[in-house]
Design a protein around this ligand. Structure first.
Ligand code: AMP
Ligand code: MN
Ligand code: MN
Length: 320
């Protein structure tokens, strides 16, 4: 695989962009590559675009440089989009469409072909961060880059727990730890720590969850009114679906929250038997075999009916 620097000229104007509602992997991979390109190409001009990163990411060096407004940003030589296809890049859409060269770095099976002129796509990579790290030359990597990349890997593997963790993942993580940063604190601060309100809404979502298909599926939903009551936003709901997944007997966990009138963001997690990426892709979303998402329209019951039809057919071996 060609290293990323082989695709970039010394004096290029470069934009890096992640996906909407950036998660730990997105922030880690984008910020890691941003600082790396600044180190490696001091004559280039590098910008990074991230939609309002959550406050927990304040510990990532340089996060304050991340731009959210692209209204007068045109004429980039290169646009690199990471951890997503071009359909979820929000403010960076125009930058991507007008850049002279586009590069896509992703690990989503739903984006297997890639959408750039140059594509680094590897669905076997635990995270975009792991993949980005493999595209780097060690001599330009410093402790801040290592920390950002490590955080991305930690988040997408659930602290090296999910089945996407491989010997390759741990080899990368071992090298990154060698740079010396407080990884224990990093994991606590960015991954485990929750505000009191986040824990309360988690508790409520678990309490109101419903099992169906003989306990092989579980679903929970949080509506707008409840989110307003607890004063929480979408980012505060991260992790609820993972708690549903670990219920004994559950093959597939579904979590929805209301994003507008008759509109829901859906998160799905599987314990292996159900390919949730294919369900999400069917409804216009995407993701991985065991973790995927989409946005759906209609009533809550319409959404559940439509999703559970696909899940049940898969569990009965009638659908891939
Ligand atoms: P989530 O349930 O939002 O945590 O997402 C699980 C996985 O699916 C992540 O890797 C997301 O990047 C991906 N994903 C979620 N929603 C979408 C979507 N609408 N389109 C494509 N991928 C998605
Ligand atoms: Mn992501
Ligand atoms: Mn990812």
């Amino acid at each position: 695989m060609k290293k990323i620097l082989e695709e970039i000229e010394r004096t290029d104007r470069i934009a890096i962009a992640g996906h909407e509602r950036p998660d730990g992997d997105c922030v880690g991979s984008c910020m890691g590559l941003y600082r790396y390109l600044k180190n490696a190409l001091p004559e280039a001009s590098v910008d990074v675009y991230l939609e309002k990163p959550a406050p927990v990411f304040a510990c990532i060096e340089g996060i304050e440089d991340a731009k959210t407004d692209s209204s007068d940003a045109k004429g980039y030589d290169i646009c690199i989009i990471i951890d997503t296809a071009a359909d979820r890049i929000g403010v960076a859409k125009e930058i991507f469409e007008t850049a002279k060269k586009t590069i896509n770095i992703d690990h989503h099976i739903s984006n297997a072909k890639g959408c750039g002129m140059v594509n680094y796509i590897d669905p076997l990579s635990s995270s975009a961060s792991e993949l980005v790290y493999e595209l780097m030359e060690e001599r330009y990597v410093d402790v801040d880059i290592a920390k950002a990349i490590y955080m991305g890997i930690v988040h997408d593997t659930g602290v090296f727990q999910y089945s996407n963790t491989t010997p390759r993942t741990l080899t990368a993580a071992a090298k990154l730890l060698g740079y010396g940063f407080d990884f224990s604190r990093l994991i606590d601060e960015t991954f485990y720590e929750k505000s009191y309100l986040q824990v309360q809404i988690l508790g409520r979502a678990l309490l109101e969850s419903i099992r169906f298909m003989d306990g092989r599926c579980v679903v929970s939903m949080v509506n707008r009114k409840t989110m307003d009551f607890y004063q929480v936003g979408p980012k505060d709901l991260d992790g609820i679906v993972n708690q549903l997944r670990i219920i004994k007997g559950v093959e597939c966990a579904i979590f929805l929250y209301e994003t507008g009138p008759q509109e829901y963001k859906v998160s799905m997690r599987s314990n292996g038997k159900v390919n949730v990426a294919s369900v999400a892709v069917y409804f216009g979303g995407g993701g991985h075999v065991r973790a995927a998402g989409c946005t759906m329209h209609g009533t809550y019951y319409d959404c559940i009916n439509n999703l559970s039809g696909h899940i049940e057919r898969q569990l009965n071996g009638e659908e891939e």
